[in-house]
Design a protein around this ligand. Structure first.
Ligand SMILES: [Zn+2]
Length: 299
């Protein structure tokens, strides 16, 4: 997000894609920048941890999200298929199923301000699961936009997302919307080229070299981010110390990155089984369980 842009303005830009071409025209250099078509070498990858929140609310049907863990694994696998072209791997840290917070306050504020007051959705985040060095995506059932970046590495996405199909685009809306909002979280503005990731409301997934460079510079300093070699070191140390949760999670991330280090990571995962995975969600957040091996489906 551009530092000069107040968050309220940014929310509006993201929500109202049609206005963005006027308000946030990309620099000419962006337009001339070639699309990136291949991921970088394995050791150039940066892993950014990501916590997924599935919000429930019996009395707020527009919030109550029904996505399953399997849905999330598929969605993030596809989002990684997009972000790998930038050498960024979204490391799925945990999937937290939780009740929406501050529902009465949210309901009253929404009635007063209207459905376009997207900042209000931040109220729904339970406090206990917010303390985490990484990015957050909250899935809800439905709101006025497909998704919105609300600052602090946090986005909301509706499970009912729909997009305009463009040539070469992705086959499912939610992974694209998730990847788009995380693009904002990683420093990108809109670029209305239809077939690219940062165009508003399309299935496009392309990133150009300027965007890739910008994102990589941004995530190097992002909370929890680590290079592939740092992750390898952390996974090795966790294995030596018998920290099965960290080892499984980190080798899992390393096994999902395309390139020559994935096989070694898979070998570590195929070793003696870690303690039985507890169900994800409703777990103590300070000690999130490793996710079961989640292989990335092809993009
Ligand atoms: Zn946007």
């Amino acid at each position: 997000m551009p530092k000069s842009l107040p968050i309220r303005c940014w929310l509006l830009l993201c929500a109202l894609g049609g206005l963005c071409a006027l308000c946030a025209s990309p620099a000419p250099a962006d337009e001339r920048s070639p699309d990136v078509t291949e991921p970088p070498a394995y050791d150039q990858f940066i892993i950014v941890p990501l916590r997924i929140h599935i919000l429930s609310a019996d009395d707020l049907p527009d919030i109550d999200c029904k996505l399953t863990d399997a849905d999330v694994v598929r969605i993030i696998g596809k989002a990684n298929g997009i972000w790998h072209q930038a050498g960024v791997h979204l490391g799925l840290e945990s999937i937290v199923h939780e009740a929406a917070a501050h529902k009465d306050e949210f309901r009253m504020a929404l009635e007063k301000s209207g459905p376009d007051a997207l900042e209000l959705y931040k109220l729904l985040r339970p406090q206990a699961s917010r303390d985490f060095a990484g990015m957050h995506v909250y899935y809800i059932h439905r709101f006025a936009v497909n998704g919105v970046f609300v600052g602090d590495g946090t986005a909301f996405v509706q499970e009912t997302a729909s997009l305009r199909t463009v040539e070469g685009g992705i086959d499912e809306p939610i992974p694209r919307v998730t990847a788009h909002e995380l693009g904002h979280a990683m420093g990108l503005s809109h670029r209305q080229n239809r077939t690219n990731l940062m165009a508003s409301g399309t299935t496009g997934t392309l990133l150009n070299a300027t965007e890739v460079e910008r994102v990589r510079e941004h995530v190097r300093h992002a909370p929890g981010a680590m290079s592939a070699s740092e992750a390898h070191e952390a996974a090795t140390n966790a294995t030596k110390k018998g920290d099965a949760a960290t080892a499984t999670r980190t080798w899992g991330w390393l096994s999902e990155i395309p390139g020559d280090g994935a096989e070694e990571a898979k070998g570590h995962l195929a070793g003696p089984p870690a303690p039985a995975n507890r169900p994800v969600g409703k777990a103590p957040y300070s000690n999130c369980p490793p996710l079961a091996r989640h292989s990335s489906p092809p993009p």
